[in-house]
Design a protein around this ligand. Structure first.
Ligand code: AMP
Length: 116
């Protein structure tokens, strides 16, 4: 998708601090981390947000959750715990309109409703 920041990162046109990549997903460090570990996990397929997903995306969404476990383990936060969240549309404060999950951890995270 033209003019999508995360599509450009997925295509390697914009550099990122990559922590994982396969045919379907890319994970990279957030440029403005809110915690010691703050990684964004994206499907390479352009989807604007979670609300744009359909049954066609069920398998991808499931795989993404298990990938979060794998990355959390590699980052050493599987046992201490982490948060996996996605912001969806205006009231969430979503800034980038390409589906992405924030994987956050490395210290106690506190208030659930704070914008990530
Ligand atoms: P959201 O507000 O859920 O849309 O989150 C967008 C996230 O993307 C924010 O946490 C930003 O810090 C992060 N971000 C924006 N540009 C980049 C970039 N070039 N590389 C890594 N993370 C980015």
């Amino acid at each position: 998708m033209e003019d999508c920041l995360f599509c450009k990162i997925a295509a390697g046109q914009i550099p990122s601090s990559k922590v994982y990549e396969d045919e379907e997903f890319l994970a990279f460090r957030d440029i403005a981390p809110k915690a010691p570990v703050h990684i964004l996990i994206i499907p390479k397929k352009h989807l604007a947000d979670l609300a744009s997903c359909t049954e066609e995306d069920l398998t991808m969404l499931g795989k993404l959750n298990l990938l979060a476990n794998k990355i959390a383990e590699a980052e050493g936060i599987l046992n201490s715990g982490f948060r996996l969240l996605t912001n969806c549309r205006a009231d969430s404060g979503q800034e980038v309109a390409h589906l992405h999950y924030h994987l956050i951890g490395g210290h106690f995270l506190g208030d659930f409703c704070e914008k990530q």
